[in-house]
Design a protein around this ligand. Structure first.
Ligand code: IMP
Length: 428
C-alpha cells in the first residue's frame, strides 16, 4: 500500500497520462490536485486514443475511484462533455468520479480575460492555452471566485457571480461585459449542469484518508510540469498553479505526511509549448526530427511543440524541487533512429560555466548549453520487455541520466500502449 505522487519534471507533456493510466491497474484511487483543462493527458488503450483534460487518467479503469481535488479549476461545460465521452452510466458515475466542493469554476469571463490579457501583452504574450486558467486562479486568490459546491445553491451562486462580475468592471468594454458578466445568463448555464454534477460532490480529503486506512494504493496525478510552476518555473511563462509535488497534499485535501513516494516523469528529450526560456531548444533539423518522430503537437491546442535534447541541469533542479524518489523516462523510442544523442551537462553564461540553474532568472534566456554526445542505438526499443532487453547504448544513456540526476530510473516507456512500459522497480 502506498500513496504515490506522479509529477512532470519538465514543461509538461512528459507522458504522465500514459504512466498514470498504466499504474492505475494497481491503484484504487487516482486524484488530480491542480491545473484544469489546460492539461491534455493522452492515453492509448485497445487501439483507441483518449485525451483527458480534467478527468484523472484512471477513468478508463472500472475499479478505480477518480477524484478532482480542491486545487483544480473546472470548466463545468467541458467537464460534462468529457464525462459524456467516457460513457459511464449515471448510476455508476459517483463510484468512479468525485469532485471537491473547494474546486473553483472557470467562468466565461475567465476565458475572455485570458484572451484579452494575451492580446494586451503583445510581443511578451505567454502563449497560454486560452482556457481561462490564469484568471480563474486569480479570482480564487482575490476571493471573488465561484466554487464547485456553489453550483448547487442558486441563491449563493448568484451572489458569488455578482461579486465576481463587480470585480470585472473596467476590464471589459461594453458588449463583452454584457456577454460574459450577465448573472442571469451565466447562472442559467451553470444551473443547467448542476443536476448532472451534484451526485459527484465529495470530500476528496476524507475519501483519501478512508482509502489510506483501507490500505489502498493511491496515485496523485500532477498536470503540467515543474518548469511551469507559478513559483519555481520560468515566470511569467508559467501556468497559474503550483505544479511541483509539494502541491499534491494541499490540492487534494491531505497533509504532507500522507505522501509516501514521489516519482517524476521526464521525456528522453525535452519539449515546451508556449513562450519562455528553453536552454536546449533545437531550431534546426534535429529539433524538427524530434517533433516529427515524437508527434510533438499539443494535445490541448494542437500547437507544434518546441523540441531539444535532455537538459540535466534542469532535471537535477526538478529532482530537488520535487524531492523525487525516482524517475520514469518516456518516449525513449523517439530516439531510436538518431546517430548520436545530446545531453546538456552545464550552461555557459556570461563567461561562466554553470552546473545549476542560473540564480538570476533573467539569465535563463541567455544561457548556452554545453553538451556531451552519446552514440545512438539505431534499433527499435518498443518491444523490449525488460531493461536488459534494451540495446546497450540505450541502457548506457539511461544509466547516465540516473547518475547525473542522482535518482534511479524506475520505469521506461518506449511506446504508446499501456503494455509498452518497462518496470525496473514498482512505485507502490
Ligand atoms: P495556461 O496554463 O493556459 O495559463 O498556460 C500557461 C503556460 O503553460 C503556456 O506556456 C502553456 O503552453 C503551458 N501549459 C499549460 N498547460 C500545459 C500542459 O498541460 N502541457 C504543456 N504546457 C502547458
Amino acid at each position: 500500500m502506498a500513496s504515490v505522487v506522479i509529477v512532470g519534471v519538465q514543461w509538461g507533456d512528459e507522458g504522465k497520462g500514459k504512466v498514470v493510466d498504466t499504474l492505475a491497474g494497481q491503484a484504487q484511487i487516482v486524484v488530480r490536485f491542480q491545473g484544469g483543462d489546460n492539461a491534455g493527458h493522452t492515453v492509448y488503450h485497445a487501439g483507441e486514443k483518449h485525451v483527458f483534460h480534467l478527468l484523472p487518467s484512471g477513468i478508463l479503469r472500472d475499479h478505480v475511484l477518480n477524484l478532482i481535488g480542491g486545487g483544480v479549476v473546472i470548466n463545468p461545460g467541458k467537464l460534462v462533455k468529457e464525462i459524456d465521452g467516457v460513457g459511464i452510466s449515471p448510476a455508476e458515475l459517483p463510484k468512479r468520479l468525485r469532485i471537491s466542493a473547494e474546486a473553483h469554476l472557470i467562468l466565461p469571463c475567465h476565458i475572455a480575460l485570458d484572451a484579452n490579457n494575451e492580446n494586451q501583452r503583445g510581443e511578451s504574450k505567454i502563449g497560454t492555452t486560452l482556457r481561462g486558467i490564469g484568471p480563474a486562479y486569480a479570482d480564487r486568490a482575490a476571493r471573488v471566485g465561484v466554487r464547485f459546491a456553489d453550483m448547487f445553491n442558486e441563491k449563493l451562486l448568484r451572489a458569488r457571480l455578482k461579486v465576481c462580475f463587480e470585480a470585472k468592471r473596467g476590464l471589459f468594454s461594453g458588449p463583452q461585459m454584457e456577454e460574459v458578466c450577465n448573472v442571469d445568463r451565466v447562472a442559467g448555464d451553470i444551473l443547467a449542469l448542476a443536476g448532472r454534477l451534484q451526485p459527484l460532490l465529495g470530500d476528496t480529503g476524507l475519501i483519501l484518508e478512508e482509502g489510506r486506512r483501507a490500505r489502498k494504493n493511491i496515485l496523485f496525478e500532477g498536470a503540467q510540469g515543474t518548469m511551469l510552476d507559478i513559483g519555481a518555473g520560468t515566470y511569467p511563462y508559467v501556468t497559474s498553479s503550483h505544479t511541483v509535488a509539494g502541491a499534491a497534499g494541499v490540492g487534494a485535501g491531505v497533509g504532507p505526511r500522507f505522501l509516501d513516494k514521489i516519482v517524476g516523469v521526464t521525456k528522453a528529450y525535452v519539449t515546451r509549448v508556449g513562450e519562455g526560456p528553453f536552454p536546449t531548444e533545437l531550431t534546426d533539423g534535429i529539433g524538427e526530427k524530434l517533433r516529427a518522430d515524437g508527434g510533438e503537437y499539443g494535445a490541448t491546442t494542437g500547437r507544434p511543440r518546441r523540441c531539444g535534447w535532455l537538459d540535466l541541469v534542469q532535471l537535477r533542479r526538478a529532482v530537488r524541487l520535487n524531492s523525487l524518489d525516482g524517475l520514469i523516462v518516456t518516449k525513449l523510442d523517439v530516439l531510436d533512429s538518431f546517430d548520436k544523442i545530446g545531453l546538456c551537462v552545464a550552461y555557459l553564461c556570461r563567461g561562466k560555466r554553470l552546473t545549476e540553474w542560473p540564480e538570476d532568472p533573467a539569465d535563463a534566456e541567455a544561457v548556452r548549453p554545453e553538451y556531451i554526445f552519446m552514440p545512438g542505438w539505431k534499433n527499435p526499443t518498443g518491444k523490449a520487455q525488460s531493461f536488459a532487453g534494451l540495446p546497450a547504448a540505450a541502457r548506457k544513456y539511461l544509466r547516465t541520466i540516473e547518475k547525473e540526476a542522482g535518482v534511479p530510473v524506475v520505469m521506461i516507456s518506449a511506446g504508446k500502449e499501456r503494455e509498452a512500459l518497462i518496470v525496473r522497480k514498482s512505485v507502490f
